[in-house]
Write a protein that binds this ligand. Structure first.
Ligand SMILES: *[C@@H]1O[C@H](CO)[C@@H](O)[C@H](O)[C@H]1NC(C)=O
Ligand SMILES: *[C@@H]1O[C@H](CO)[C@@H](O)[C@H](O)[C@H]1NC(C)=O
Ligand SMILES: *[C@@H]1O[C@H](CO)[C@@H](O)[C@H](O)[C@H]1NC(C)=O
Ligand SMILES: *[C@@H]1O[C@H](CO)[C@@H](O)[C@H](O)[C@H]1NC(C)=O
Ligand SMILES: CC(=O)N[C@H]1CO[C@H](CO)[C@@H](O)[C@@H]1O
Length: 438
């Protein structure tokens, strides 16, 4: 599937089932272990529909290249799968991952393929070779050129099989994706898997009150370099116990706040995610949301969004999408508290494309921006300021239009669009050369 089409599907979340689930380690697990965890996750009180599993390897623990039992367990429990191949190893070891992948396709066919959401080649391999990863003693990683080669090998193996149409990508940390030395990995991916933990961002202001903002800032930075590829959140979480990390305090209360601010906001935005982790009693720090099937805190999302507290500080959540020629980019976000300031969403479309941005809620100020280039359409709607910019700066070329709808306050149209229209209540500003009709 083309990245641009996936971007569209990622945005049209209302029409498609969102994928939600947990990460599952392979160590010490067999069929019964996986099946029982998948059932526990699906039935977890408060957590709605956590029926997907992200795996790190295709190989069953204790074997050389036998298919991981998680596949049969997923089939039996109707659990969808984000497959992983461990890629921080030389070719002869990586070949075992490829052998297990081939066996899975041969053994389970479409019963398996129907559950596969995507295939990740590697997990945090580039983080581990970065200066921060090395300083943390995070272990053996992999270079971008080898990852690109391995991604190609996986594409070759799935060609002509039941997995042929599945997106192939890579999982890593946000600062890896924004490092231009790794651009070649991004351009070889159909999706980017983002692992993001504000708890570990000790160089930033990372108390729990700022954690949601740090998370979505990182998400947006990755969105800026993703070239329209969907970004799946492959790991995030907040520990219920463990050491203080910068200004981040591990506690049950803070883990519950983080769940509301991040997991519930991802759910709200329709972004696919795999939380870290279902259960890890005894680990330090301990990120598990449950113990013996019992949630450690309330996992039910508040009816509104994650950002529901009364705050006097300005809060901004953003999402963006880009599209190629003749396609559509949609970005949406919402802000539901009347005392928080500003949801900004933007959609940028290329030539022959259209961009749509929407913001819902009753924030004092919500800023919505849609930008489209020549021969394209931009529309923006929101309850606060809405900006729609259509057309190139060169003049009123044919076929360019911008639409801004604001039910709350103000609508602003800018750029040289041949047609600008909108329905507004409040201030109307038209800048640039434009013929407009309201
Ligand atoms: C950027 O990426 C390259 C290749 O993965 C790596 O060698 C380098 O250390 C990274 N730089 C930083 C600052 O993370
Ligand atoms: C979610 O709602 C509950 C009950 O309505 C409230 O006690 C809690 O503070 C809310 N959590 C957040 C993070 O807003
Ligand atoms: C939250 O803010 C609204 C609007 O300013 C105010 O009416 C309400 O009393 C506040 N609620 C709390 C719990 O502070
Ligand atoms: C909200 O945004 C407006 C416009 O940018 C600004 O004037 C106002 O001070 C902000 N309010 C808060 C509480 O940040
Ligand atoms: C087919 C095509 O035009 N792909 C392009 C889509 O947009 C991204 C980001 O702008 C480019 O990198 C692709 O080459």
């Amino acid at each position: 599937m083309k990245a641009s089409l996936l971007a569209l599907l990622g945005g049209a979340s209302a029409a498609l089932a969102q994928v939600r689930g947990f990460n599952y380690a392979s160590q010490g697990q067999d069929y019964n272990g996986f099946a029982s965890q998948f059932k526990t996750a699906a039935a977890l009180a408060g957590a709605d529909d956590f029926t997907s599993a992200r795996l790190y390897t295709m190989i069953q623990d204790g074997t050389t290249d036998t298919v991981i039992d998680a596949i049969q367990a997923a089939i039996d429990t109707k659990t969808t799968l984000l497959l992983g191949l461990w890629a921080s190893s030389p070719q002869d070891t990586f070949n075992n991952e490829l052998t297990a992948l081939k066996s899975a396709i041969q053994q389970y066919g479409s019963a398996f393929a129907d559950l596969v959401v995507g295939i990740s080649v590697g997990s945090e391999d580039l983080y581990r070779i970065s200066p921060i990863g090395i300083a943390q003693g995070s272990g053996v990683g992999q270079t971008p050129d080898v990852l690109v080669d391995y991604i190609g090998q996986v594409r070759d193996i799935i060609k002509g099989t039941a997995l042929a149409s599945k997106p192939v990508g890579h999982v890593d940390t946000w600062n890896v994706f924004t490092n231009s030395s790794n651009a070649e990995v991004i351009s070889n991916c159909d999706f980017l898997g983002l692992d993001e933990y504000p708890y570990y961002q000790t160089a930033d202001d990372n108390p729990i009150g700022n954690a949601g903002d740090l998370f979505f800032e990182a998400y947006d930075k990755v969105a800026n370099v993703a070239g329209g590829r969907p970004i799946w959140v492959t790991e995030s979480g907040w520990p219920t116990s463990g050491p203080v990390s910068g200004e981040a305090v591990a506690s049950v209360d803070n883990a519950e706040t983080y769940w509301q601010d991040v997991a519930c906001e991802l759910e709200h935005r329709g972004i696919d995610f795999w939380w870290y982790i279902l259960a890890d009693a005894g680990a330090t720090p301990s990120f598990g949301v449950s113990n013996n099937g019992v949630p450690l805190y309330n996992l039910a999302c508040n009816a509104t969004s994650g950002h529901t507290s009364n705050s006097t500080s300005s809060t901004s959540t953003t999402s963006s999408a880009a599209a190629n020629s003749s396609s559509t980019a949609t970005a949406s976000g919402s802000q539901t508290s009347s005392t928080l300031n500003g949801t900004a969403t933007s959609a940028i479309g290329g030539s022959g494309s259209s961009g749509t941005a929407t913001a819902a809620g009753s924030a004092i100020t919500s800023t919505v921006v849609a930008t489209a280039s020549a021969g394209s359409t931009a529309s923006a709607s929101g309850t606060g300021f809405s900006f729609a910019t259509g057309g190139s700066s060169g003049g009123s070329s044919a076929g360019e239009s911008g639409t801004a709808t604001s039910t709350g306050a103000n609508a602003v149209y800018t750029g040289a669009a041949s047609k600008v229209e909108g329905s507004i209540a409040g201030l109307v500003i038209v800048a640039g050369v434009a013929a407009f009709a309201l």
